[in-house]
Structures are given as structure tokens and as C-alpha cells.
Write a protein that binds this ligand. Structure first.
Ligand code: E4P
Length: 225
């Protein structure tokens, strides 16, 4: 399963990249608004840091099909043709996906709450569909189950569209989708850090260091024996 960062704060992105094997970055208009900076300034900074090959997903904001296509062209011209354009999975969006697919654009169908939206997005040519796990849970449904149903639909119909699961609040949600072979998850930096935030792990590692130092002396490691 690919792992992406769902944030636009460059320092947080750099900190996660420093330690973890990350495949790219996703943003949305709300994430960009939180930063309060000019969108393309921030997005270019991210693109420069992650490199040309890494996945960057950026959302079209217009509501009409024509507007979404114009947004997509602007996103590609500023950030590279390989950037994934996130298109909301609404009627105007499905039409925009079909047209953009004809141009061989990379498309992420976003704002997915139901398997029916995912099915229509896959048929419209989306490369990824992004179900919102935690937001679905908050509506009283089961986000993990929705993602699994989407995966089953894609497998039984032979669609190549992948799932880019989004909107996570804890590591267990991510792990459950990993177990099911979901293609990718995009996760906020604090939730990624929580993957290994565990006193048992810290205490096991601290005990190894203590035992070694008792044997060889304070501050000693294998390298300086
Ligand atoms: C990704 O496509 C979504 O924009 C994002 O993950 C939503 O996350 P949230 O529910 O935490 O805002």
C-alpha cells in the first residue's frame, strides 16, 4: 500500500519524509486554507521538495465541468503534467474526468462517500478514488467497509482504478485497509507519527541500549568498540 502525506505544511512534510518511506503528498482546499499562503507558492515548494517523480494530488475548485478542466490545466502547467488532479465526484466532475482522461491526465476522484460514486468515477477514467473513511464513520456508516466494497467492485469488474483512502483519525483504520490490499492511503502527519507511538516499543529499545552500555560503557555503540 502506498503511503502519502495529507497536509501542505512544508516543515511537517519534511519531518515525515526524514524518517518514513513516503510516496507523495495530497492536499485539498481546506488544507491549503489552513496554511493561509498563496496556493501555488506552497504547492511549488512541495513539488520541489518531493521531486518530479513523487505523487502530488491537487484539487480543482470550480463547480462546472469547464471550470474543473481549466483548473486542471492550470494545476498541470504550474506543477507538472504528472500531478494528479483531484476532481469532486459529482455530476459535473464525472464529465470533467471523462474529458481529462481523453487528455491522459492523472485523475483522483475525490469526496467519495459511496461505492456508487466510486463505480462512476472508475468508469469515467479516474486513476484513483478517494473514499473519506473517518467522515463516513462520523455519518454513522462504516468507512472501512465502504472502502472494502469499492475494492471488491473494482476487482470483480477488472477496473484498474486504485483506491486512495483518505480522512483517517487513527492508525488502526490505516492498518485495516493495508490488510485488505488497498492501493494507497493518505494520512495526516500526526496520525503517521502515531503508527509507532507506543511505550512498549520505546521501552524495549531503551532496555537494549542500557544493557549494551552496562557491557561496554556509557555512550558506546557497535561503531566505536
Ligand atoms: C483527501 O482527499 C481529503 O481531502 C482529506 O483526506 C479529508 O480529510 P479530513 O476528513 O481529515 O478533512
Amino acid at each position: 500500500m502506498k503511503l502519502l502525506i495529507d497536509d501542505a505544511h512544508i516543515d511537517l512534510i519534511k519531518n515525515i519524509y526524514r524518517y518514513y518511506p513516503i510516496d507523495g503528498v495530497t492536499t485539498n482546499p481546506t488544507i491549503l486554507a489552513k496554511g493561509g499562503r498563496a496556493p501555488f507558492e506552497v504547492l511549488k515548494e512541495i513539488r520541489e521538495f518531493i521531486g518530479e517523480e513523487a505523487e502530488l494530488h491537487v484539487q480543482a475548485v470550480a463547480g462546472t465541468t469547464e471550470g474543473m478542466i481549466e483548473d486542471a490545466h492550470k494545476i498541470q502547467s504550474e506543477l507538472g503534467k504528472n500531478t494528479f488532479v483531484k476532481i469532486p465526484s459529482i455530476p459535473t466532475g464525472f464529465k470533467a474526468m471523462q474529458i481529462l482522461k481523453g487528455e491522459e491526465a492523472n485523475i483522483t476522484a475525490t469526496a467519495i462517500y459511496t461505492p456508487m460514486q466510486a463505480y462512476l468515477a472508475a468508469k469515467s477514467g479516474a486513476d484513483y478514488v478517494a473514499p473519506y473513511i473517518n467522515r463516513i464513520d462520523n455519518m454513522g456508516f462504516n468507512g472501512i467497509q465502504v472502502a472494502k466494497e469499492i475494492q471488491d467492485i473494482f476487482r470483480s469488474n477488472g477496473y484498474e482504478t486504485q483506491i486512495l483512502a483518505a480522512s483517517f483519525k487513527n492508525s488502526q483504520q490505516v492498518l485495516e485497509l493495508c490488510q485488505y490490499g488497498i492501493g494507497a492511503s493518505t494520512v495526516a502527519p500526526d496520525v503517521i507519527e502515531a503508527f509507532v507511538k507506543n511505550v512498549a516499543i520505546d521501552s524495549a529499545v531503551a532496555a537494549f541500549v542500557k544493557d549494551f552500555e552496562e557491557l561496554c560503557g556509557e555512550g558506546k555503540t557497535m561503531a566505536n568498540l
